[in-house]
Design a protein around this ligand. Sequence first.
Ligand SMILES: NC(=O)C1=CN([C@@H]2O[C@H](COP(=O)(O)OP(=O)(O)OC[C@H]3O[C@@H](n4cnc5c(N)ncnc54)[C@H](O)[C@@H]3O)[C@@H](O)[C@H]2O)C=CC1
Ligand SMILES: O=C(O)CCC(=O)C(=O)O
Length: 429
Amino acid sequence: MSQQQNHALPSYLDPNDLGPWGIYLKQVDRVTPYLGSLARWVETLKRPKRALIVDVPIELDDGRIAHYEGYRVQHNTSRGPGKGGVRYHQDVTLSEVMALSAWMSVKNAAINVPFGGAKGGIRVDPRTLSQPELERMTRRYTSEIGVIIGPSKDIPAPDVNTNAQIMSWMMDTYSMNEGLTSTGVVTGKPVALGGSLGRTEATGRGVFVVACEAARDAGLDVAGSRVAVQGFGNVGGTAARLFYDAGAKIVAAQDHTGTVFKADGLDVPDLIAHVSRAGGVGGFEGGEAIAAEDFWGVETDFLIPAALEGQITSKNADRIRARFVVEGANGPTTPEADDILTDKGITVVPDVLANAGGVTVSYFEWVQDFSSFFWSEEEINQRLERIMREAYASISQVAKQHQVTLRTAAFIVACTRILQARQVRGLYP
Ligand SMILES: NC(=O)C1=CN([C@@H]2O[C@H](COP(=O)(O)OP(=O)(O)OC[C@H]3O[C@@H](n4cnc5c(N)ncnc54)[C@H](O)[C@@H]3O)[C@@H](O)[C@H]2O)C=CC1
Ligand SMILES: O=C(O)CCC(=O)C(=O)O
């Protein structure tokens, strides 16, 4: 096989604008020297196993027909069924969903849950839809991707702008199409429908747990520490509340509606109530409104990006004055920014570790659905904390051993597991 064939990019991508997939590819290049003989299989990681693009037509409330572009990408299923969320956002692209699905493969392997990686999305601003339109779009999308999802094939979950209600519609649509009740086809469902206690808070809780582990390693007390959070949704809002409850000061919060700052700490319960009333942190009177770009210069112990990809770049990384960047979001830091932060002595706790709490409790939900036996919230949180702590410990040990960042260490652990599975499974049916 020629070099070119072996290393060709998938033809459906623009080589001049790889988007988030380009970030992921650079991360894979960084881990390759540490994979030993498994590096022979590394191209497996550089292309998705399966990528489905679907047309999602719906009738709007005013009688017009609208078409939305939907995706479901299964990056890798060597270690188990595909697993990963569904995002509704106007900027969703195939490159983004591919990268998010690949980060799911790495995340699931890094924390050692028995899943491959997948992700889905629809290119739509859901705020422009009424609730019945949202339901129709979700149901049509589920039917379209129904050919590749299933409780043993690929299990969607919530991500940006999707929630337990949307998971219920997905579960119901899949079940109707299959002629059975399939609770295990999605996770992040309401508890009344086979959802797991603790799933809604799980990602933010995991962020908090690994941040505490990193702080303990560095001799930093979380009580009294300063925290800035970008994205005040499911992940950022929960993480902020847990830090606040532990006595930390949330000095800045930013979302798509604005940025608020308070040197001696925002009142987080008040801010959460404001966000649920007003739709965002903008307009919150318990803090000072500051310019969006000034968020990055706020002096903190923990900076928690919990919004979208590509937020910390070579343009703003130099301004960051934090001891830790704990990535609640997927892909918030570009490789160039990663290097700048490392040179500044800032520890980045990477997404594939820091935000793995959500998929961990999704795994618990899937297991509970299969066994029809449900656990208490206390049990779930204890198991979650144990998995997050153990994953942090083993990844930080690999980082010390190879003198690499936590991100490269997480990729070493994860890619080794994925490619070992790939190798022993072999290639032919
Ligand atoms: N929900 C989950 O269980 C998990 C989510 N994640 C990741 O965490 C991140 C946030 O997800 P969720 O909290 O679930 O979503 P969400 O929809 O609940 O919240 C998203 C937040 O990002 C903010 N945001 C959007 N655009 C922004 C911009 N340009 N600037 C600043 N803020 C902006 C929104 O205002 C909102 O506060 C995403 O990267 C997602 O992939 C990762 C693991 C699991
Ligand atoms: O809970 C899940 O299955 C996946 C959550 C997710 O999309 C993520 O971790 O990025």
